[in-house]
Design a protein around this ligand. Structure first.
Ligand SMILES: NC(=O)C1=CN([C@@H]2O[C@H](COP(=O)(O)OP(=O)(O)OC[C@H]3O[C@@H](n4cnc5c(N)ncnc54)[C@H](OP(=O)(O)O)[C@@H]3O)[C@@H](O)[C@H]2O)C=CC1
Ligand SMILES: Nc1nc2c(ncn2[C@@H]2O[C@H](COP(=O)(O)O)[C@@H](O)[C@H]2O)c(=O)[nH]1
Length: 327
């Protein structure tokens, strides 16, 4: 059977009969590893989206988070300070030789993160497979998320190496220029790629990149994601780490790709850009609204929890969901 190709804007989910009396009855919680989280959303592990203060706030309010890996020397202290506050630690690593030393250092100091994300651009690689095996050997209690990938073959290879979840999305991100510079990726068909990968997966999938509206979170769940990673929509808050910039009386925040020149400090293998995102107030309000909209989505799906969304029907309406309107 030929694969159906579509992206978020091409899909509308079809309502089923409502079985609850109030949207507040709908349960948006999701389990990843041993823990349950309030909503299936994780802020991207990018320097303009998450920092240590936000990680503490998110963990203490039952949201999942993944700290970025761009201040590598602070990571052990970060794990220890989260644990000192009785909070779970969730960090990112790369695959270079120094990262093996870092994993060994964590083990030596008994600073075991509950979650470790292996975060590289092209995650279907022996370097990632070797890092998964190393973490599983040295820190077997850590839940390992590996990525990013774009195909069922990649999902299977990383799962077989021991990954507990895989992250799907190569090139759909707002600050991404991979698709333009290399010609590769899931940009323009990210939602279909999530579905393709989820069908092959035996473990959770995290859909990463390309989410532009709250409805896209429900669509990701419908097509097999357990969790949804979001960058640009979560970068514009008062608490977001990016700089505040005012232009013509309007307030913006800085958002840049992890493979941008701004992040790297040099123009080498640049696959990301810097941009401005509109200021959106407090992160807590945006996360609350995401939860309310998901509760509403569950009610339209005719159920009481996220599982109902995975079963609802859909239509493909090419690039037409806005019908000439905007939010
Ligand atoms: N989700 C996405 O679509 C993308 C995300 N990013 C983000 O940007 C950040 C930097 O990513 P990345 O450049 O991988 O990190 P690193 O610079 O840490 O690279 C990781 C390792 O993988 C190697 N590597 C990277 N890309 C390739 C490739 N295409 N083929 C072979 N080897 C490769 C690097 O070597 P060398 O540098 O010598 O090649 C390095 O040894 C990450 O946070 C990543 O998530 C970047 C691009 C796409
Ligand atoms: N190709 C690139 N992708 C990147 C880069 N930095 C981050 N990312 C990916 O984007 C998502 C966030 O996407 P958004 O659509 O929600 O803004 C993030 O989680 C990474 O997977 C980059 O420099 N190049």
């Amino acid at each position: 059977m030929a694969m159906e190709i579509f992206d978020y804007d091409d899909i509308q989910l079809i309502p089923n009969k409502c079985v609850i009396n109030s949207r507040s009855e709908a349960d948006t919680t999701v389990k990843l590893g041993d823990r349950s989280f309030k909503i299936p959303v994780v802020p991207a592990n990018m320097a303009t989206v998450i920092n240590e203060d936000l990680a503490k706030w998110l963990a203490s309010h039952d949201y999942f988070y993944t700290m970025h890996r761009f201040a590598p020397e602070t990571r052990r202290a970060f794990v220890e300070s989260m644990h000192a506050d009785n909070l779970f630690a969730s960090i990112s690593v790369g695959v270079k030789p120094s990262e093996y030393d870092f994993i060994d250092e964590l083990a030596m100091h008994d600073a075991v993160p509950e979650y470790i994300t292996i975060d590289i651009a092209h995650g279907h690689a022996d370097s990632v497979i070797e890092m998964i095996k190393h973490i599983k050997k040295v820190l077997p209690a850590s839940f390992v998320i590996a990525g990013n990938v774009a195909t069922p073959a990649a999902v299977r290879d990383l799962e077989n190496a021991g990954a507990d979840a895989t992250k799907v999305g190569v090139g759909p991100g707002k600050a991404c220029i991979t698709k333009i510079k290399t010609g590769f990726g899931t940009g323009g068909w990210q939602l279909a790629a999530v579905r393709w990968c989820a069908k092959a997966a035996r473990k959770p999938i995290i859909a990463d990149g390309g989410v532009r509206t709250n409805g896209d979170i429900a669509k990701s769940i419908r097509f097999g994601a357990t969790m949804v990673m979001i960058g640009s929509m979560l970068a514009g808050h008062q608490e977001s780490p990016g700089n505040v910039i005012k232009i013509d009386g309007k307030t913006y925040k800085q958002y840049y790709g992890s493979a941008s020149e701004t992040q790297k400090g040099e123009h080498k293998n640049v696959e990301g850009k810097q941009m401005l995102v509109p200021y959106r107030g407090h992160l807590a309000d945006t996360l609350n609204e995401m939860q309310e909209d998901l509760q509403s989505a569950i009610s339209y799906a005719g159920g009481r929890d996220l599982k109902a969304i995975t079963k609802c029907d859909y239509v493909i309406v090419r690039n037409s969901i806005y019908n000439g309107d905007s939010l």
